[in-house]
Design a binder for this molecule. Structure first.
Ligand SMILES: C[S@@+](CC[C@H](N)C(=O)[O-])C[C@H]1O[C@@H](n2cnc3c(N)ncnc32)[C@H](O)[C@@H]1O
Ligand SMILES: [Zn+2]
Length: 376
């Protein structure tokens, strides 16, 4: 069937939702990823102002080629790759039907990257984890590596052993699991890039229930890679009082007891990424590139606005979980953030979920700020 996306008409297989991805026959297409693709196009537009030499774009797992088609319509020199012959034919037909240049190739993308690279922009959009493609992407990417990961359970620590195996990190299942997943992913990607003496700095990232997405800008050089690795570290987290502390560095000192409440139920996650997950100015530039011909324009603008305004402390709090801890009914999120700010703390909403809040205040400081005398 034909669908319209971003002002283009693309032929795709019958729509299936994300739940069945990879299990059925035929070429993959997920209509619920339109927001992800709209943000990708806006990012490619904004990135051109930042790096005008970025010209080639590899849609590394093309399926219908919808990403490659949309990138080609932006003027990028596109290669669509897939190991599925039907997918390659469909991607080629979709480029052709839209009168766009670009090629579709039947290749394993790891081989393609080493044989035909470098590519200025490499976009990894696999089933599940991107890790089997990360080495080739960072070794043979020049400017920007865009990564989607849909294996959210391993990433956030819900499937701990799988997370440890895939990401060479110990993610922990906490009340900020979408952010744990994103920071586990970025940590693994940054450490992979460092193997090739490249810094991979996240300039935009976002997470939804089904996937994490991050855009990493590359800079070659051992010193740059070392500096980037400084953004990796550990988070200690108390399961009882929600105290947490982020510490940079490769080795975590064991925490026997929570310094706040004395509990021994302290989890340590890491190495995870503790640096910024986005550059606010770049997120704003991407937001400006969202256009009304995008099906998810409204959600994309809202998401990018929240990402741009988000305080970049390493973990967010879930406001409902805090109130449960305090035994009080929750108030509105905007009011909550305002009360924190009114008490002199930095605070913002966070894009991870509607009840996500970031603050420089500790849990007791937040309680004091929002409940005041009532909470004592
Ligand atoms: C999740 S789909 C891609 C969806 C597509 N990018 C979109 O936006 O609709 C993953 C695709 O990766 C392809 N694939 C899997 N392993 C690959 C490999 N090693 N090299 C290239 N493509 C691969 C699969 O055939 C499948 O079409
Ligand atoms: Zn505690």
């Amino acid at each position: 069937m034909d669908i319209e996306e971003g002002g283009l008409t693309v032929s795709v297989p019958e729509a299936r939702d994300g739940a069945s991805e990879g299990t059925g026959g035929g070429v993959f297409f997920n209509p619920t990823q339109e927001l992800n693709r709209d943000v990708t196009v806006a990012t490619l537009r904004a990135y051109r102002d930042r790096e005008p030499r970025a010209a080639s774009y590899l849609d590394a797992m093309a399926a219908s080629g919808i990403r490659g088609v949309r990138a080609a319509a932006e003027g990028y020199d596109v290669t669509c790759a897939d190991v599925d012959d039907e997918a390659v034919k469909l991607a080629a037909a979709n480029l052709d039907a839209n009168g766009l240049d670009g090629e579709a190739v039947h290749r394993d993308v790891n081989a393609l990257l080493y044989d035909e690279g470098p590519f200025d922009v490499v976009d990894l959009d696999p089933y599940g984890t991107p890790i089997p493609f990360a080495d080739a992407a960072f070794a043979n990417g020049r400017n920007l590596v865009c990564v989607t990961a849909t294996d959210t359970a391993p990433l956030c620590g819900a499937h701990l052993n799988s997370g440890i195996r895939k990401y060479g990190a110990v993610p922990r299942n906490t009340d900020y699991h979408p952010e744990m997943g994103l920071r586990t992913l970025i940590s693994a990607l940054v450490r992979t890039a460092a193997r090739y003496d490249k810094a991979a700095t996240p300039i935009l990232s976002h997470v939804s229930r089904h996937y994490a997405r991050t855009y990493l800008e590359l800079e070659s050089g051992a010193r740059a890679a070392d500096d980037c690795l400084d953004g990796v570290g550990h988070v200690d987290h108390c399961e009882d009082c929600l105290w947490r502390a982020a510490t940079r560095g490769h080795i975590a000192d064991p925490v026997d007891a929570c310094p706040e409440c004395g509990s021994d139920r302290v989890l340590t996650a890491g190495p995870i990424w503790l640096g910024p997950v986005a550059e606010p100015d770049f997120a704003r530039a991407v937001r400006r590139e969202v256009t009304d011909d995008m099906g998810e324009a409204k959600r994309a603008r809202k998401l990018l606005g929240t990402v741009a305004r988000e305080l970049d402390t390493p973990t967010h709090y879930d406001q409902h979980r805090l109130y449960k801890e305090w035994g009080e009914p929750a108030i509105g999120m905007d009011e909550f953030v305002e009360r924190l700010r009114g008490a002199g703390h930095e605070a913002s909403r966070a894009h991870y979920r509607g009840t996500a809040v970031k603050s420089t205040a500790s849990v007791p400081e937040m309680r004091e700020a929002v409940l005041g005398g009532d909470g004592d």
